[in-house]
Design a protein around this ligand. Structure first.
Ligand code: GRF
Length: 202
């Protein structure tokens, strides 16, 4: 098993990206982040990539006539960098067929709830407002839906009485950073097998 080449797509601050970069750097992962792509020019994730000396690109979706043509550009960049696993890390777009067909079961996402509860935006706020006692986070393979793909790993996080969106998000984020690394490690070791909706860990 060689060093896994990872491409990360991010739209925001990029703490999950940083966690992956750090784990790859300090040897917890046999992997290297070879490229970072963002749909937001101001995404701090791009600065993190720059600081780490990782090639990074802002691709403006508004500059393309369709999702397909935008995603073809992304796929070209990922291919040029020989990416073997795509990690979505706070990437705020629904992935279309061009990317899905290029990277079948080679694309992961992290979501801040115990899916299938609270998919979509503001998952932590949804959890607080619903009044659940436990929430958490989920790493899953990406399919055509919103946060619907086969689940790889989950971590449970208690919701406290006085939690608001921010405090719960912070507690969940610590676990995100941990299980995203763990899921990538399982992938790198060739231990994940997708059977329908289920991911078997060998
Ligand atoms: C995380 O909560 C992740 O689960 C969600 O978006 C947020 C991204 O945070 N998909 P960061 O940019 O990795 O700090």
């Amino acid at each position: 098993m060689g060093v896994l080449k990872i491409g990360v797509l991010a739209s925001g601050r990029g703490t999950n990206l940083q966690a992956i970069i750090d784990a790859a750097r300090d040897g917890r992962l046999q992997a290297r982040v070879v490229v970072v792509i963002s749909d937001k020019e101001q995404a701090y994730a791009l600065q993190r990539a720059a600081k780490a000396g990782i090639p990074h690109f802002f691709i403006n979706p508004g500059a393309y006539p369709s999702k397909d043509s935008y995603e073809r550009v992304i796929v070209d960049i990922l291919r040029q960098h020989e990416v073997e696993l795509v990690c979505l890390a706070g990437y705020m777009r629904i992935v279309g067929p061009v990317m899905l067909e290029t990277f079948p079961n080679q694309m992961m996402n992290i979501h801040p709830s115990l899916l299938p509860s609270f998919p979509g935006l503001h998952a932590q706020r949804q959890a607080v407002e619903y009044g659940v006692r436990f929430s958490g986070c989920t790493v899953h393979f990406v399919d055509e839906g919103v946060d619907t793909g086969p689940i790889i790993l989950q971590a449970v996080v208690p919701v406290q009485q006085d939690d608001d969106e921010e405090s719960l998000a912070a507690r969940i984020l610590e676990q995100e950073h941990r299980i995203y690394i763990e899921a990538i490690r399982l992938f790198q070791e060739g231990r994940l097998m997708v059977e329908g909706r289920r991911v078997i860990i060998n």
